[in-house]
Ligand binder design. Structure first.
Ligand SMILES: C[S@@+](CC[C@H](N)C(=O)[O-])C[C@H]1O[C@@H](n2cnc3c(N)ncnc32)[C@H](O)[C@@H]1O
Length: 241
């Protein structure tokens, strides 16, 4: 067992009853349902689950995104997170996923094992963006897919958050630069979360504003968008082709 794995090993293998997590509750709100719908739609366009054998979900929490891959019975899903409480809750929700306590910056896996990797709403907690992207790239097979999302520090919403003393970690420009340095190719991108509400809002006009966001083309303005999703690919290995 590597150093990081050992440090992160969750002490109790017996899964006692664990309450619903904050993020599970957030996903049930109107805002949460809107965000999950946008993210799930983008992911299912990016990844053909009938062709993916091994999927890695980085920062899986209690499994919201892992469940998308688990719905495909032939896909093996490995879900990692640094938070043992969330992983215990996830274990309670499914026996299907391989759930591992690990850090995105030091993945305990060999090179080139996964067909697809998800990093959804997790890079916002990792200042070392380049390290996490390098680890993701290292463990992905060539010609394979990564889908990631992040809050855009350069957006107007981030500036408003900044006035309250909080903001996002990464800007659209920095993520583009680090993706390029890591040798990822950008296949698709999408901007979202333009709605003027927090993560757990139940405001009744959310469905209407979500429709407008799409209808007026805000999802194409990635550079200025509050949240951004990228579908990127690790290129084919030139040496072996
Ligand atoms: C907002 S939650 C997102 C969970 C899930 N990806 C989703 O979209 O529903 C962020 C998760 O990232 C995890 N996380 C933060 N830093 C991490 C790191 N360095 N390595 C692995 N997971 C991390 C947190 O513990 C938390 O469970």
């Amino acid at each position: 067992m590597g150093k990081t794995e050992k440090n992160l090993a969750c002490s109790n293998d017996v899964v006692s009853s664990v309450c619903e997590t904050h993020w599970e509750m957030a996903a049930k709100t109107r805002m949460g349902k809107y965000l999950t719908a946008v993210e799930a739609s983008f992911i299912t366009k990016a990844v053909d689950f009938s062709l993916t054998s091994f999927v890695l979900d980085v920062g899986a929490e209690s499994g919201r995104i892992s469940f998308l891959a688990l719905n495909n019975k032939t896909t093996v899903v490995v879900s990692i997170d640094i938070d043992c409480g969330s992983l215990k809750r996830f274990k309670q929700r499914t026996k299907q996923a391989y759930i591992v306590a690990a850090d995105a910056r030091n993945l305990p896996f060999r090179n080139e094992v996964f067909d697809a990797t998800f990093m959804i709403e997790v890079l916002d907690y990792i200042p070392e963006l380049d390290v996490a992207l390098n680890e993701c790239n290292r463990t992905l097979k060539h010609n394979s897919t990564c889908v990631l999302s992040f809050g855009n520090r350069a957006s107007f919403k981030a500036k408003l958050k900044g006035l309250k003393g909080k903001s996002y970690l990464h800007s659209y420009k920095r993520v583009m630069q680090d993706l390029s340095k890591t040798d990822f190719l950008i296949c698709a991108k999408l901007g979202y979360n333009w709605l003027p509400f927090g993560r757990t809002s139940q405001n009744g006009i959310i469905p209407l504003l979500a429709w407008l966001e799409r209808a007026v083309g805000l999802r194409r303005l990635c550079k200025y968008s509050p949240w951004v999703m990228f579908h990127v690919a690790k290129p084919i290995d030139k040496q072996s082709s």
